[in-house]
Write a protein of this length. Structure first.
Length: 351
């Protein structure tokens, strides 16, 4: 059983993920649905051979020690993959997220126009949030590429692993991979501040130290882009504040109020009008009113501010979902299932 043949078939089917698990046929995720592929059941020795084909010696040693390993793999001329190898039922399993080699332009991602405006920001913190597989990495890559085509700046990305590979155009771009080029996000971010960057991309704000350094970098005049696994803007602010001990939370609210520029929260939907996926997007822009709410610990009022500031580009998740439905892109069932307020959206869609 040939690994590249499986990956080519998945690529041709526009799969986002490939699962190679001993005891099962290869499976792929196409538009959110898991589908068995037309290949034989993978034997234990096949799975191990595929893993060894993809992993370098350091990754193999880490896998042997921890029974889990994260790494990247590239098939030249096809795509790159973010791979997790793990043990299950005493055999190897692998989950492979496909990362297409070409960074898509912002204009083809069905994102609101205001997101393109965020790429003009000179400094501050911009967070792109959402569940795993919601398109955060693709949106950030498209934003970085837009900057790369326009400005002569120094961009440093800190990723786990490196996903889209950038070619320096107007900008000078350096990409550092967790485990290979740096031991932790916090370490990479601390040293990045001494490397004369204008823009820093932090793959994920996973812990207090990384969050603190990211906010400090934004305070000192850098544009910092990062992600969190949160589903909306108010939850994002609360998650960052909750990383800190109670005695420091007032201080971090004040710092966050001064540095946060925008929160973009994404949810992906399978399209019903044609094959593909489309994002619903909640957008919070940090106006003086929003900064006051963050500073005064009134984040529960953020949804109201979003609803009353549509004219400047803010948008709630349910409003974005409703727009996709009325444009015929998604089904009513999917819309209501992903809504923040399902009953309210159900009445709105029926009106």
């Amino acid at each position: 059983m040939d690994l590249h043949t499986i990956l080519r078939a998945a690529y041709d089917s526009d799969a986002s993920d490939v699962h190679l698990i001993a005891g099962h046929q290869p499976c792929m995720r196409v538009h959110q649905a898991i589908t068995p592929m037309d290949f034989p059941v993978i034997k234990g020795e096949d799975a191990m051979r595929m893993f060894e084909q993809m992993a370098n010696p350091d990754v193999r040693n880490a896998f042997e020690k921890h029974k889990d390993a994260d790494f990247s793999y590239e098939v030249h001329g096809l795509a790159r993959y973010r791979v997790n190898a793990h043990m299950q039922r005493n055999t190897v399993g692998m989950a492979m997220r496909m990362i297409k080699t070409k960074v898509p332009p912002l204009g083809v991602l069905n994102l609101p126009e205001v997101i393109a405006r965020l790429t003009y920001l000179p400094r501050g913190l911009v967070l792109v949030t959402g569940d795993t597989g919601s398109g955060k990495s693709t949106s950030l890559a498209a934003m970085i590429q837009a900057i790369n085509e326009r400005y002569a700046k120094h961009i440093i990305t800190l990723e786990d692993p490196v996903e889209y590979k950038f070619t320096s155009q107007q900008c000078l771009i350096e990409q550092r991979e967790l485990g290979q080029d740096m031991p932790t996000f916090a370490s990479g971010l601390k040293h990045a501040l001494r490397q004369d960057p204008d823009i820093i991309l932090v793959g994920e704000m996973r812990d207090l130290e990384t969050a603190a350094l990211a906010i400090s970098a934004a305070e000192t005049g850098h544009l910092v882009l990062s992600t969190l696994h949160t589903v909306n803007a108010s939850q994002t602010v609360e998650r960052i504040v909750d990383m800190y001990p109670a005695g420091q939370q007032n201080q971090i609210r004040s710092m966050l109020a001064g540095t946060l520029q925008a929160v973009v929260s994404q949810t992906l939907f399978a399209r019903q009008d044609r094959p593909g996926m489309v994002p619903a997007v909640e957008i919070l822009l940090c106006t003086p009113a929003v900064r006051n709410l963050i500073r005064e610990n009134r984040t529960h009022e953020i949804p109201n501010v979003i609803e009353t500031n549509r004219a400047i580009g803010m948008c709630s998740l349910d409003t974005s979902i409703a727009e996709l439905y009325f444009n015929g892109m998604i089904s009513k069932e999917d819309a209501i299932a992903q809504a923040v307020y399902p009953d309210k959206l159900d009445r709105q869609l029926a009106a």
